[in-house]
Ligand binder design. Sequence first.
Ligand SMILES: *[C@@H]1O[C@H](CO)[C@@H](O)[C@H](O)[C@H]1NC(C)=O
Length: 306
Amino acid sequence: MTSWLHLLLLQLLWPCVSPFKVCAFNAQHFGEKKAANDEVMDALVKIVQRCDICLVQEVQDPKGLAVSKLLQALNRPADLFLAVVSPSIGRKSYTEQYVFIYKKEKILVSDQYQYEDNHPSQPDVFAREPYIVRFTVRSPALRDLVIIPQHTEPDKAAVELEALYDVFTDVSSRWRCQNVVMMGDFNAGCSYLSKKKRRSLRLYTDTDFHWLISDNTDTTVRESTDCPYDRIVVYGQTLVDMVTSAGIYNFTKELRLTEAQALKVSDHYPVEMNLDLTFDSCLSLLPSISLILLGLLTAVGTKTVF
Ligand SMILES: *[C@@H]1O[C@H](CO)[C@@H](O)[C@H](O)[C@H]1NC(C)=O
């Protein structure tokens, strides 16, 4: 098929039927050193390019060189990805950035802000305050999607996750948004957060929030550890109804790596959720779209014959 026709088809059909993947990945000290390792970069490209939006955490790249190298590698076949990079966030000299890499054909960034945890009763509760991004998805089924990223400090996981509820309240009054995702390396398991403690969090007791990654999921690469550190929490019935599946991406298995090779990439697996953005009233237009396409195909056929 000629490429313009292929493009036209995609443009017409993508809003009707489309899977959509949102991922969160702790890339464990991603900076210039990792970016210089070709095998690591090769795996990172394969991990990120599966996702429509990928939140990469624990990025330590103040000069932006590692992220731009990753973007270049992702965009080598075609110019598909863009990134939003947060400032370096942290206390004292240890800082990390939140990076959102997204497919620009499907998604726009409409707003972003740095959450400030300066409440008098609980000043500086977060080690890495969320850098919140509002996306506009080019789909009639889901336009607005807000992502609150969070990488907790392990020993403060319970306190920070409790405060994440206040971040949600802040964001939803600011933007009046319906679809909100909180995700990242919450350190929400093993010695850092007991099941009992997790069940006492407002993000859990308020049943409007849906935890997609269960306590039984192992999000760690090491064979010797089994902990559900990385999580995805979804708010908004429309969004919840669109979720078809969620889980980890086991890149050790999928990319046929040894444990040692995988650990060079990260000690965490990405967590991800799949959304079904099928838009019903668009489906009813399919017969008309097919007719138009048939017409076009005939026209192209005629032109080649004569
Ligand atoms: C990931 O895959 C590897 C290789 O198949 C396997 O040994 C490991 O148990 C898997 N880990 C998880 C958390 O599923």
